[in-house]
Design a protein around this ligand. Structure first.
Ligand SMILES: [Zn+2]
Length: 443
């Protein structure tokens, strides 16, 4: 790791960027054709700014296309952007693949070393150290988080890989027996635990004794009210994790209030390449700027991402953090393709989720936003179904509906129509929770 405050930090990144570009060009027809098509001459990229000024080159769809191409050309599904020989690929993870085929992401031995380094950085930032013990509350399927398991063990951390898919009951049983001090999982699952634990143990979730909670996989721990709900229920610091599989690694600090995630992987990737989600125009990096994050990996051998639009809308903070740790921070506001425009107002489902979380007595926090055509444009009212809490299942709801509708109108300036459904109507996900449903498409 080189120090981001060193004078020649940006020069070093430029060196690694150019080395990466040359490597991609020389080892993959996909990249050499991409450079040619976009008239990119590597020699002319003499500053990071020149790279940032170029248009987006890759996204999820492009990677899917690469995978289809490589199936035809090379008889494997790992993508025509694979720059290393397949025999050198030692680890593969895939995105959830809820629609169509999964997207693969490959690591060579060296890639896994970089990944290991980044995972260790974020985990150490939370104070996790040799001798500690972690309960695995993510799913155990072939998705990215699972790659953290061998790394945690390598740190000397005792890993209890029960997994959310084993069910809450099993997870609690193992927690009582193995006494892990740290719990990791999606915010949705951690919230579900708050509801579920009392009916299984007769006690609150805080009584399980976790001293540290790490969340990831979806925004949530960065939403004030969701965060407060987790903090109060678990009575332990909450760390919000983002990355680190794509050669950038981010984690929030343990302060009571949320100040975004500290960016800890600037030496392995270029992340401060932010574009307007509507016009795709590059945005200047300054405190508070909001946009779609475009990343470029600069130490990647297997399937590199170059100017890859993450589809995550982030906000950047450059002012010093309350915790005293220097460097920039980012906050994930939501998915770019989840952004809704209701009468000219940009709304992210996470903002609605945050308001719904304010009613933790009356509502479970689970919700769905209903659309009847392609986003982002929505004709008001925006239709939302929220699930009641266990306690409030049988109470008259008219006043509650009015209160929530007014609250959302006051905060987000959009008209909404709320319907309430009984507790338990919505399935809990151990992966990413789907907030938007299309009523015009049969699922
Ligand atoms: Zn901080």
């Amino acid at each position: 790791m080189f120090n981001i405050f060193e004078k020649d930090f940006e020069e070093k990144r430029l060196f690694f960027l150019k080395r990466q570009l040359k490597y991609c060009k020389n080892n993959s027809r996909f990249f050499s054709e991409m450079f040619e098509k976009n008239q990119i001459s590597i020699d002319k990229i003499d500053s990071l700014q020149k790279w940032k000024d170029l248009p987006v080159l890759m996204d999820k769809k492009k990677v899917r296309d690469c995978q289809e191409d490589s199936m035809e050309l090379n008889n494997h599904s790992f993508g025509s952007h694979l720059c290393a020989p397949l025999e050198k690929v030692i680890y593969v993870y895939s995105t959830s693949g809820t629609t169509g085929n999964p997207s693969f992401y490959c690591f060579t031995k060296n890639d896994f070393k970089v990944h290991t380094d980044l995972v260790k950085r974020v985990m150490k930032f939370t104070g996790l150290k040799e001798g500690d013990s972690i309960m695995w509350g993510f799913g155990l399927g072939n998705f990215v988080a699972t790659s953290l398991l061998p790394i945690l063990a390598d740190m000397g951390v005792r890993v209890i890989p029960v997994g959310a898919d084993a069910g809450t009951e099993r997870l609690i049983q193992y927690t009582k027996l193995a006494r892990p001090d740290t719990l990791i999982g999606t915010p949705s699952f951690l919230k579900y635990m708050i509801e579920k634990v009392p009916s299984i143990t007769g006690k609150n979730v805080a009584d399980l004794g976790f001293r540290r909670i790490i969340t990831g996989g979806e925004p949530g721990a960065g939403l004030t009210d969701v965060r407060n709900q987790l903090l109060n229920a678990y009575d332990a610091p909450i760390y919000d994790l983002y990355g680190p599989a794509n050669q950038f690694a981010n984690i929030s600090c343990g302060t009571k209030d949320y100040h975004g995630m500290h960016v800890l992987g600037s030496d392995c990737g270029i992340w401060e390449d932010i574009i307007d989600p509507i016009t795709n125009e590059p945005l200047e990096i300054r405190d508070g700027v909001i946009g779609n994050m475009v990343i470029t990996e600069i130490k990647k051998e297997a399937t590199p991402y170059l100017k890859y639009a993450m589809n995550d809308i982030i906000q950047v903070f450059t002012e010093e953090c309350e915790c005293g740790n220097p460097g920039p921070r980012i906050k994930v506001l939501g998915r770019a393709d989840d952004m809704l425009i209701v009468k000219g107002v940009n709304i992210y489902p996470s903002a609605i989720q945050n308001i719904i979380s304010k009613y933790s007595e009356e509502l479970s926090g689970a919700l769905k936003i209903h659309l009847d055509r392609d986003p982002p444009l929505v004709t008001p009212p925006l239709r939302i179904t929220a699930e009641l809490s266990k306690k409030f299942n049988k109470i008259k709801h008219d006043i509650l509906i009015d209160r929530i509708q007014e609250k959302i109108r006051n905060i987000l300036r959009v008209k909404v129509e709320i319907s309430l459904v009984p507790f338990g109507s919505f399935e809990r996900s151990v992966r990413k929770t789907v907030l938007i449903v299309r009523d015009d498409i049969i699922q």
